[in-house]
Design a protein around this ligand. Sequence first.
Ligand SMILES: C[S@@+](CC[C@H](N)C(=O)[O-])C[C@H]1O[C@@H](n2cnc3c(N)ncnc32)[C@H](O)[C@@H]1O
Length: 310
Amino acid sequence: MAKLRILLPLLLLLVLASAWWRARLGEPLTPVGQPTDSNAVNISAAAEKSVPEQPQPKEVQVEKTKLPEDPSPDPEPESKSVSANQPGLTQQALGAPAEVFYTEGTKTRDGTGKYYMGREIAQVMGHQAINWLERDNREDEEAPSRAIAALDLEPTDVIADIGAGSGYYTFRIAPLVPRGKVMAVDIQPEMIAFLETKEKRLGLDNVEAHLGDIDDTRLAPESIDAALMVDAYHEFSHPREMMQSLFRALKPGGRIILLEYRAEDPTVPIKPLHKMTEAQARKEMETVGLQWQVTHSFLPWQHLMVFVKP
Ligand SMILES: C[S@@+](CC[C@H](N)C(=O)[O-])C[C@H]1O[C@@H](n2cnc3c(N)ncnc32)[C@H](O)[C@@H]1O
């Protein structure tokens, strides 16, 4: 018993000394062991929080930038790529990394659901609307005579009226180019028939009605001095191919004269898809190699924009 009374305090002293010594060396007094499952979740959750938001896959971003800014309040559609070279075929179907110019998106009122450089292409105006094109108050509303005076034509010029319709402009321009001609191009046979009948009735010999394709004017290379498009370009189903075809048909230094209702002006009483902003028009003309020259704003409703083939 006497031995125990001496040994116990000694043992206690030893334990205390050992604890003090380990504490000084920085060792934990109680072992932590392996993290539990819940620890691991907590750790990874914390790690997840600190990881910046992943960017969306590139392809999705590209498609989104091609969608219109504000076509309608409808939810954003899934967009499909359409190759300009083989219309109607998706890029995946082509199996090759073709350049994408058109996308499919929300089809809004008067629209086709086909988008080009962020703009929804409008539906083509049918020949049934000839009376609207030929309306008596068109001069009061749009001042076409002022637009024609600004065309600055030479008597020998060959000018193409692309999307000529009933020929409202064609037949007013013809007297200005007595030694040249007006090529009145349209894709609707009914419009061509109307143009031919009117030409005969007026006894003109410098107007040529010309049936084009939706993606090709079918004009000879370097055969025209100028091309006029009045309220037509925004409804071309293949604007890129049409402009490439026109670029080829222009002589070097030849001009494109584009009249489009001003989308910047909400007071112009025309359906939204049948209007264009100047910025959009410039973007679409410049992408095929045309150079912007001037934009006139003296017309009541339309931009009159001039582009040149360098
Ligand atoms: C709104 S009308 C304008 C007619 C005329 N420029 C005017 O101001 O009186 C548009 C015309 O463009 C034509 N059009 C549409 N796509 C065309 C294309 N790819 N090539 C030629 N004409 C086209 C239509 O058939 C229609 O006659």
